[in-house]
Design a protein around this ligand. Structure first.
Ligand code: ADP
Ligand code: ASP
Ligand code: MG
Length: 408
């Protein structure tokens, strides 16, 4: 019997009616002869509410208790989904992460799945019982509840698809597939029939939150076929698959954006060997990811160094740099911070074999008078940092410039 993993995100289980609609999708697949592992998120808004409660209770909260609270939203939807399926005549049992168990690292709030023991689930499948799994959760080797980072139910779903040898992992969400860009930013966004693992990985890590980055990494590693589709209809969605399976061939496949970056300029750094290492060393030691880096050579043996960090790490980053300065590890005149920035990225495997893509991007932005504050590139992406107020305009201009509205 073939197996399917079906994951329902927060909006797809937002209330009892939505849970019934989601369960109807599950029943359809069960009736078609599949063994199904359903993975559910918490009801829309629930996780944010739980995070808010933790922060209100304790400013420097204990990460273990954060996970105990924040992971609980999924317990409710797992139980309700199992009950709803039972009411529809589908034998189903709910599983919290620790009951499976889903073994994870101890990095509370951002734990990684290390192993899933599937024996208990397998035994229940053998009895004709389908599984409803609370996404986002696991258990550490210390026996504490862990969570996988925001959006982590996608990762639960793909990890189960790999562990159970599922034929496909369907991610049901509030859009009917992966689009050329976030459809909330431009109505011209077009649904893609297929997208390669590599492109999806870049898009996700550059801000397209339709799939959690880690879930795409796992899908790529274990060759899990992932389909992103709508829980509000039955039409097929977007298949995330190997590059070889894709016929559509364009240079740029999609555009991602994020508002979650902040820019730091370190002014008046001595322009001599070792200064960059001295500056970025303490940030690395504090686990702060530096993304885009620009060095402006200035006169008088001094230079300005500009870079971006995730917005959540901004205060920590400036703290670390000020401390390094007061310890004498690094010398600079001043730190300037700009929080009103956004990163816009174009992604496409076609860039490997096409020259001039970055130039075309810069021209399109110049035509709209959008100033580029920093640039980062890799083999299949170009990212630019712009003032946040230009975010929508930049995405729209690039969408037009690379002809993404039209199917090729
Ligand atoms: P869920 O709660 O189902 O996990 P998410 O809110 O995490 O749903 O992800 C779905 C959202 O991702 C969509 O509503 C959409 O705004 C956003 N999104 C961002 N980029 C894209 C893209 N390229 N294609 C489709 N959706 C995208
Ligand atoms: N409920 C969790 C979150 O909001 C996990 C998920 O939805 O994927 O981040
Ligand atoms: Mg999500």
């Amino acid at each position: 019997m073939s197996r399917l993993v079906m994951k329902f995100g927060g909006t797809s289980v937002a209330d009892l009616d939505r849970i019934r609609s989601a369960a109807a999708h599950v029943k359809r697949e069960v009736d078609a002869g599949h063994e199904v592992a359903v993975v559910v998120s918490a009801m829309a808004g629930k996780t944010n509410e739980l995070v808010g409660w933790v922060r209100e209770t304790s400013r420097l909260y204990d990460a273990r208790e954060y996970d105990a609270v924040v992971g609980s939203g999924e317990n409710v939807t797992a139980g309700l989904m199992a009950l709803t399926l039972q009411e529809m005549g589908v034998p189903a049992r709910s599983w919290q992460g620790w009951q499976v168990p889903v073994h994870t690292s101890s990095a509370h709030g951002a734990a990684r799945i290390e192993r899933i023991d599937t024996e208990r689930l397998e035994a229940k499948f053998a009895e004709g019982m389908h599984a409803v799994i609370a996404g986002f959760q696991g258990i550490s080797s210390e026996g504490r509840i862990t969570t996988l980072g925001r959006g982590g139910s996608d990762t639960t779903a793909v990890a189960f698809a790999a562990a159970l040898g599922a034929e496909r992992c369907d991610i049901y969400t509030d859009v009917d597939g992966v689009y050329t860009t976030d459809p909330r930013i431009t109505r011209k966004a077009r649904k893609l029939g297929r997208i390669s693992y590599e492109e999806m990985l870049e898009l996700a890590s550059l801000g397209a939150k339709v799939l959690q980055t880690r879930s795409v990494e796992l899908a790529m590693r274990y060759k899990v076929r992932v389909q992103v589709r709508s829980s509000f209809g039955e039409e097929p969605g977007t298949l995330v698959c190997d590059e070889e399976e894709i016929v559509e061939n364009r240079v740029v496949s999609g555009i991602a954006h994020t508002r979650d970056e902040a820019q730091i300029t370190v002014a008046g750094v001595a322009d001599r060997p070792g200064m960059a290492a001295a500056l970025f060393g303490p940030l690395a030691a504090s686990n702060i990811n530096v993304d885009m880096i620009v060095q402006n050579v200035s006169a008088g043996g001094h230079t300005d160094m500009t870079f971006t960090v995730p917005h959540v790490d901004l205060a920590r980053a400036t703290d670390v740099l000020e401390k390094a300065r007061s310890n004498g590890d690094v010398a600079f005149d001043a730190l300037h911070v700009n929080e009103d920035v956004a990163k816009v990225s174009i992604v496409g495997i076609g860039m490997r074999s096409h020259a001039g893509v970055a130039h075309q991007m810069f021209q399109a932005l110049a035509a709209e008078n959008i100033n580029i504050k920093a640039i980062a590139t890799s083999e299949i992406k170009v990212s630019v940092l712009v003032d946040r107020k230009y975010l929508e305009l930049a995405v729209q201009a690039l969408h037009d410039a690379f002809g993404l509205e039209k199917a090729s």
